[in-house]
Structure formats: structure tokens, C-alpha cells
Design a protein around this ligand. Sequence first.
Ligand code: ADP
Ligand code: MG
Length: 230
Amino acid sequence: MSEPIAAARAAGRTLLTEVESKELLHGAGIPVTVSKLATTADEAAKIARSIGYPVVMKVVSGDIAHKSDVGGVMLGLKTAKAVKDGFEEMMSRVKANAPGAKIDGVAVQQMAESGTEVIVGLTTDPQFGHVMMFGLGGIFVEVLKDVAFRIVPLEPRDASQLVREIKAFPVLEGVRGQAGADVAALERLLLQVSEFAVAHPEVRELDLNPVIARPDGVIAVDARVVLTEA
Ligand code: ADP
Ligand code: MG
């Protein structure tokens, strides 16, 4: 059993933190912004220096599902002072917005350059097993429900069809002078997630929300893994 899964099992948890989820995915060769846990402001600044600025800080808590809703995400921190001050500010803000949540600390990670945000998800269907979901982030999924599904495992042809099935596919090709996305890299990511699902039957759900897709590659900046009941 891989280490993050063993740690969650030992603690009787089915939800992996972002730090654990990314460690697991990184180990499977899936492109993620690896994030490290800091429990003090000084530790956060030390991690930021080793990663290189700008960095992103996020609250780490098993009780908080949507970090930005409680003021738990800070982007584009450029100096050690910004990181240290940000750590204290985030702690007091999150404690005020999510009273009673157990906070493990703050995750520090590389800030990805902007691009088109897409979502890759896995769910488990009682009949078909792992099912993969793909769509564009934000209103495309939440309001327009513009998503496509495939049963795992995916063949290269499935990955190619999955990205092209959504109505918003032209956005990924680049429209009106806007940069498109590296579609081949996205297809590779879908195949890697499919392999990951096959290798981990104990993973019940996976959310990569968002994956930032740019002309020069793709990277998941948020990840959430849910395990089956032990
Ligand atoms: P939430 O728990 O609210 O979903 P996320 O980790 O998805 O928190 O962060 C919220 C948003 O911040 C993302 O949708 C993305 O736009 C941006 N973001 C998060 N992490 C990064 C990063 N490492 N680099 C660049 N942008 C990021
Ligand atoms: Mg997210």
C-alpha cells in the first residue's frame, strides 16, 4: 500500500488531504504541483524558499472541502514576508469562517502559470466500477453541465474522444486569439489517471479540480482522493 493511503487507513480516514492526494498522484507520474505541509509561519517561508517564488498557500484540514470558500487559498505570494504574514492571516480567517474545523496547517506549493482550467474526475459506479469525467472548470461544469464520461480503463482512442466530446472543446483548441491547450498532454493525463484507477481499486473518488491546461503542458493544482470504506 502506498504511504499516503496507509497513513489515512491507520487514522481511520477515507478522505486524503490535498498534500497526501498529490503525493500519491505524483508517485504515479501524474503532473501535480507537489505541496508541503507547514505548521508554522517560519516553516512556510522555508518551504517557499526551497520551491521558489511565487508560491500558493492553502489551508489543510480534513474538515474543509472547499478551501477558497473559507478564505483558505492565497495565490501569488512573492516574498518570505508575504508568506509569513499570509500564514497568520489565513489561520485567523479560516478559524473565523470554519469554527470547530481541525486545522493541520498550511500547504505551500508552486504557483502555476494561468491557462484554461479543466476538471478530471473519477467516481465509482456500482455496476461499471471506475468512471472518468472530463470538462472545463467553473461555469462550464457547474452551470452548463458540459461534461463527458468514459468507463475505465480508457484506450488512447477513448481519451481522444473524451476531450473532444464536450461542447467547449473549441476553447481547448484556442479561440479568438486566446491560447489553446496542449490537447495531446491532456489525453496523456486522462490515460495516466485511468492507469492510476486500475492500480488503485481502493480509490473511490478522485477530483483534479482544476487542472491548468496551457499550450506548453498540463498540471493539476488541486487534488482530492476519497478511499473506499476499509
Ligand atoms: P478549492 O478547495 O477552493 O477548490 P483550489 O485548490 O482549487 O481550492 O484553489 C482555488 C483556485 O485557485 C483554483 O481553482 C485555481 O484557479 C487557483 N489555484 C489553486 N492552486 C493553484 C496553483 N498552485 N497555481 C495556480 N493557481 C492555483
Ligand atoms: Mg479546487
